[in-house]
Design a protein around this ligand. Structure first.
Ligand SMILES: C[S@@+](CC[C@H](N)C(=O)[O-])C[C@H]1O[C@@H](n2cnc3c(N)ncnc32)[C@H](O)[C@@H]1O
Length: 223
């Protein structure tokens, strides 16, 4: 267990920073979910689920299936469980992507929202994701911090944990090395309401460019 990741994101859960993430990421996740064409019986794993808001969105789409949210920060898992008592097809697990506590070939989808760049060993993470995916299952990753959105690199200095910034091309090479097929990527614009002001982007033209460039979405299939 990475003590640094756990301590940092436990702090986000305790001081309320994690409760603000849904407002920042919701519009991207909505776009990604529309592209996923999820079927009602699917079994979905969300890795780096935080307080679980995206897992709850997914759980509503799979009334005959299930969703599991996994996070390395136990306080995130605690908050996620407290907010999800109304769901019968949703569970949350404290654990790390590098050793996913689940059987092989189970999930039809794996989703990572704004978490992949924190993973200490991205190759091992992808090997584990591959292991738990069922044949023809797919992994969907959304990264607002990416080399494709140069302005997003400003966020890196504001974070207290190491971030591994990679381009779509670098991700694609890693996916292929692990055995995934059909790697695809696209940029999703930020469709959330614009902030009145931004400390990170005080220049309105830069803020607009940052929002228009948006987040890198990637997906690939386990054959
Ligand atoms: C920025 S938060 C995003 C949370 C959520 N996806 C959202 O958008 O609100 C990143 C999350 O990834 C989790 N995380 C980081 N490294 C992890 C790892 N190796 N295994 C599992 N979770 C991890 C953190 O604990 C944190 O909750």
């Amino acid at each position: 267990m990475s003590d640094r990741i756990r301590a940092e994101f436990n702090q986000w859960a305790l001081d309320g920073r994690s409760a603000q993430l849904e407002a920042h990421h919701h519009a991207f996740v909505q776009q990604m979910i529309e592209k996923m064409r999820i079927q009602p019986r699917e079994r979905i794993l969300e890795i780096g689920c935080g307080e679980g808001w995206a897992s709850r969105m997914l759980a509503k789409l799979v009334p005959q299936g299930m969703v599991a949210g996994l996070d390395a920060a136990d306080e995130m898992i605690h908050n996620a469980r407290l907010q999800s008592t109304a769901f019968e097809n949703l569970m949350f697990i404290w654990g790390e992507v590098e050793a996913i506590p689940w059987q092989e070939k189970f999930f039809t989808r794996v989703v990572c929202v704004e978490s992949f760049y924190y993973f200490e060993n991205p190759e091992q993470a992808l090997r584990e994701i591959y292991r738990v995916l069922a044949p023809e299952g797919s992994v969907w990753i959304l990264n607002h911090i990416s080399k494709e959105n140069e302005l997003s690199l400003r966020w890196v200095a504001e974070l207290n944990v190491p971030v591994r910034v990679m381009s779509a091309e670098e991700h694609g090479a890693l996916f292929e090395q692990v055995g995934f097929s059909d790697f695809q990527h696209e940029m999703l614009p930020d469709l959330s309401p614009p902030p009145l002001s931004s400390k990170t982007f005080p220049n309105p033209a830069e803020l607009q460019r940052f929002r228009e460039t948006g987040a890198l979405m990637m997906h690939a299939t386990r054959k």
